[in-house]
Ligand binder design. Structure first.
Ligand SMILES: Cc1cc2nc3c(=O)[nH]c(=O)nc-3n(C[C@H](O)[C@H](O)[C@H](O)COP(=O)(O)OP(=O)(O)OC[C@H]3O[C@@H](n4cnc5c(N)ncnc54)[C@H](O)[C@@H]3O)c2cc1C
Length: 496
């Protein structure tokens, strides 16, 4: 392949990953490439993946899309974070909000002030110093050009793929419908040369993007890139997904409610609610999980729950030879913090930065894989944290989670925080310091010691500073409209 110019990009799969890749490549590198996407209506998509994180918005800008238009087309609502119920203890609740907590300085993060105040008997809750946290609790939301509120969306993933198709087929993405039956490779190099469809159509390419979902048709079934199984750290391996009729007020956050052997999600959209239960098959049968899900729905299901099996982990090489895997084909970390769509987006951005226009692919692939690995390990640690810090003793699943061995990187982080109150963001860490704090403190990990920056103020000034901060946030929240009212104004959904 040396010195060969890469022009023909073939994307296998038309789920969120396939259409995201097609859209980004067309928008950013369109004039340099021929882009073909193959998808099979018979096979369909995984049909879940409706909760996003704030980076999703930045990516829509990169695609040249208008936020309101995206939201209208996908029946979207706003998301300020995730409400966790029953995770630390049964009946206990905490919130992971997308915003900053208080005001930090070069010397240390704000929570040190709060910890000092707590030690002196005042200071309230950590969430009192986060606008997004308080707004979510109050069910309020607004955004504008001047707004500093940090948010993401809940959206209908099927509608999102359809929307991307409508926008980007006219911008040069050639779509072919059909089932890929065979993958042809160069006899010498093993590079993929063409996809052959059931009807005999042969699609040749220079670079192939595998977006075929869990099956990994090119990256695994053809190239055998290998998979790191992380179920010993992330023990859930199954999900039952179901949609229900709308009910109650539209909450501006995702709910993640811990159950007997996993957790249940609730994602409010404008036209319906996305629900499901994630569970560990070693601790709960499919029938038991279905019964637990159905008995905890808040409105009428629109169809029978659908089973999805998965293995949390990562593809050893997401880029192998001339195949780059994105989405579920590249690995999957269970959906607790809604990170998968972000990983598709960052993956396609990285591919564009490292695009192998000519020359040898190998060095670029090594760099791509290294970066992806570091990023996934940070997310993995953040997810494991939620399970490890449980104090629940009521079910064998939770007792095992509390007792499990965890990655050294996470063990060191937990020990450091427990001892000193110090936490940090690694260079490849998706999650900011506030996120780590929300989960650690939310699940009851209170540090033994902390930085004394708060003592420099003296008790009285510290008290006044904290009161002033939290009351400004209260006032700002009081000025926000109800989430539902704002939605009706800002981006009422179009009929589907
Ligand atoms: C239970 C669960 C909950 C989730 N929740 C979230 C969430 O809240 N937030 C989030 O960010 N992510 C979430 N995810 C992940 C998210 O669903 C995926 O990252 C996203 O949908 C992308 O999927 P995909 O495009 O990789 O695969 P798929 O949607 O499976 O698409 C695969 C595509 O490949 C095509 N295909 C496959 N084989 C062939 C063939 N032989 N010939 C032709 N075409 C073929 C299919 O037709 C389809 O178009 C969740 C995942 C699970 C399992």
């Amino acid at each position: 392949m040396s010195r060969q110019v890469v022009k023909r990009v073939v994307i296998a799969g038309g789920g969120t990953a396939g259409w995201t890749a097609a859209a980004a490549l067309a928008q950013q590198l369109g004039p340099l490439l021929d882009i073909t996407l193959v998808e099979s209506d018979d096979i369909g998509t995984v049909g879940v993946g409706e909760s996003t994180i704030p980076t999703f918005r930045t990516f829509q800008v990169l695609l040249g899309l208008d936020e309101r238009e995206v939201m209208r087309a996908t029946q979207a609502t706003f998301k300020l974070g995730i409400g966790f119920e029953n995770w630390g203890r049964l009946g206990h609740r905490y919130f992971h909000a997308f915003g900053d907590i208080g005001k930090s300085t070069w010397m240390g993060d704000f929570h040190n002030m709060w910890l000092m105040a707590k030690a002196r008997g005042f200071g309230g809750e950590l969430g009192d110093y986060c606008l997004e946290h308080k707004a979510a609790e109050a069910g309020r939301f607004a955004t504008s050009d001047k707004s500093r509120i940090n948010y993401a969306f809940h959206l209908d993933s099927g509608l999102y793929s359809r929307f991307l198709r409508q926008k980007f087929e006219p911008k040069g993405v050639r779509r072919i419908e059909g089932r890929i039956e065979r993958v042809e490779q160069d006899g010498e190099s093993g590079y993929v040369t063409a996809l052959v469809l059931q009807n005999g159509t042969r699609i040749e390419g220079d670079l192939f993007v595998d977006c075929t979902g869990f099956r990994g048709l090119l990256i695994e079934q053809t190239l055998g890139a290998g998979y790191d199984d992380w179920r010993h750290w992330l023990p859930t391996d199954s999900a039952l997904a179901v949609q229900t009729e709308s009910s109650g007020p539209l909450l501006p956050y995702t709910r993640a409610i811990a159950r007997t052997a996993g957790w249940q999600w609730r994602i409010p959209l404008q036209h319906r609610v996305g629900n499901g239960i994630v569970f560990c098959s070693a601790h709960q049968t499919e029938d038991e999980a279905r019964a637990e899900l159905l008995s905890n729905l808040e409105s009428k299901p629109l169809f029978e729950p659908r089973l999805i099996r998965y293995v949390s982990g990562r593809r050893r090489k997401a880029w192998d030879k001339n195949v780059v895997a994105l989405g579920l084909a590249s690995g999957f970390l269970e959906p607790l913090e809604s990170t998968s769509i972000h990983l598709i987006q960052i993956g396609v951005m990285r591919l564009m930065q490292l695009f192998p226009f000519e020359g040898n692919f190998e060095a670029l692939a090594i760099r791509f894989n290294e970066q992806s690995h570091l990023e996934l390990e940070c997310i993995r640690d953040f997810l494991v944290l939620h399970y490890k810090l449980t104090e629940r003793e009521d079910a064998p699943f939770w007792r095992e989670c509390g007792a499990m061995a965890i990655p050294d990187s996470l063990a060191e982080r937990i020990d450091l925080f427990r001892e000193s109150g110090y936490t940090f963001r690694e260079p490849y860490d998706l999650f900011v310091v506030a996120s780590w704090l929300f989960v650690m403190v939310g699940q009851g990990l209170m540090p033994r010691h902390h930085h004394y920056m708060g003592a420099l103020l003296g008790d009285e000034r510290l008290r006044r500073a904290l009161e002033s901060l939290s009351s400004k946030i209260e006032q700002a929240v009081g000025r926000l409209p109800a989430h539902e009212d704002f939605l009706k104004d800002y981006c009422p959904a179009v009929d589907v």
